[in-house]
Design a protein around this ligand. Structure first.
Ligand code: SF4
Ligand code: SF4
Length: 102
């Protein structure tokens, strides 16, 4: 490898790894939406019937349903956009969108 090639390699940024979540996800680091989301889904676990509709309808694919635990709807808030689709689709309306920052 020539000196010039070594210098080029040294100054070329290394490729970064990104988590890709579903069809609306992007490869940009800014897909971490936790810093700018305004509304945040809040689940009423007493009313939740663990149907999984929210997980299937979330465009970012960041909801896991873990039926064995009492707080069964696990949302990755680093990537939640606060779009409210999960709240709209929930058949028993046990997800409410709460203001996270004004
Ligand atoms: S608010 Fe939108 S992005 Fe966040 S969990 Fe619900 S459907 Fe997914
Ligand atoms: S859609 Fe509603 S009832 Fe179904 S798992 Fe999600 S929060 Fe629970």
């Amino acid at each position: 490898m020539t000196v010039m090639q070594k210098q080029q390699e040294k100054h070329t940024p290394k490729p970064q790894k990104f988590r890709v979540y579903g069809p609306v996800a992007t490869v940009y680091g800014s897909s971490n939406t936790g810093s700018w989301r305004i509304l945040c889904p809040k689940v009423d676990y007493e009313a939740c019937i663990k149907c999984g509709t929210c997980a299937r309808s979330c465009p970012a694919n960041i909801i896991d349903i873990i039926k064995e635990q009492s707080e069964c709807v696990v949302i990755d808030f680093d990537y939640c956009k606060g779009c409210g689709i999960c709240a709209n689709e929930c058949p028993v309306k046990c997800i409410s969108m709460v203001v996270e920052r004004g």
